[in-house]
Design a protein around this ligand. Structure first.
Ligand SMILES: *Cc1c(COP(=O)(O)O)cnc(C)c1O
Length: 255
């Protein structure tokens, strides 16, 4: 059986490797503390489960939604963004529900990348920022996260040919896996970079609701100019213990 050359481009999936190693050690009798895949270890809040149960029993939810998703859901995201971030979004044109942040990021690669183009991805970072561009037939170029820059990338170091071919830049704050919060000025610099090099900034906001010691994480879309050059992928699973639910939305630039 022949698989596509596209498939051959993929390195082994990191989390599958980790799962295999953990299984091996557990079988050998080791009490393993997994620092692998990010997965809340407490259940989904009761109020969410109850709402799903009611929704599942309602025949009004049993058909395909419009291709943009149900208006009630988009409007709920708009209200949340206003209340939580002070960001005003048009629920008709600037919000589309997605089947999880991961699938959403993957599809962005197919929508924006051609074989000679590049996605800029933070290193270390979530695997789909690099696997997605590969499967799209394009290239992921890693931007090292620099401890001296608060675990931000040095955007000034991205130049020449790479900047010319770049179409996407992935950022993720608070960051998986470092836990770093966004360094002062980074979002502003990303907007400048995007304008200069005609790049779409994709901010993965999976962890804005998972913060500690009173820190409140911003949305990238709070940054002046962000909506002109960027989108944010907002995901429910990490903030509300809903990893098995895979539900998210992409918001921001309507184009
Ligand atoms: C867990 C995680 C995701 C996956 O989110 P889903 O909405 O469950 O697809 C995306 N991005 C980062 C950085 C994550 O840690």
């Amino acid at each position: 059986m022949q698989t596509s050359s596209r498939l051959d481009r993929l390195p082994p999936y990191l989390f599958a490797e980790l799962e295999r190693k953990i299984r091996e050690r557990k079988a050998a009798g080791v009490d393993v503390i997994s620092l692998g895949i990010g997965d809340p270890d407490t259940p989904t809040p009761r109020v969410v489960v109850d709402a799903l149960a009611r929704g599942a029993a309602d025949p009004g939810t049993h058909q395909y939604p419009s291709n943009r998703g149900r208006p009630e859901l988009r409007e709920a995201y708009a209200r949340f963004y206003e209340r939580r971030f002070g960001v005003t979004l048009d629920s008709e044109t600037q919000i589309i529900p997605a089947l999880g942040a991961k699938e959403c990021v993957f599809n962005l690669n197919l929508a924006f990348l051609d074989p000679d183009s590049v996605a800029l991805a933070a290193d270390p970072g979530y695997p789909v920022y690099t696997g997605g561009p590969l499967l799209a037939g394009a290239e992921a170029v890693l931007m090292p996260l620099v401890p001296e820059l608060g675990f931000g990338p040095d955007l000034g170091a991205v130049g020449g040919d790479v900047a010319r071919r770049a179409r996407l830049m992935y950022l993720n704050y608070p960051t998986n896996p470092t836990g770093a919060i966004v360094p002062d000025g980074l979002f502003e610099r990303a907007v400048e970079f995007a304008r200069e090099h005609d790049v779409l900034v994709v901010h993965d906001a999976s962890y804005t609701e998972t913060t500690f010691d009173g820190y409140v994480a911003p949305s990238f879309l709070e940054t002046p100019g962000a909506k002109e050059v960027g989108v944010e992928v907002f995901s429910l699973p990490k903030g509300w213990n809903m990893t098995g639910w895979r539900t998210a939305a992409i918001v921001g630039n309507s184009d």
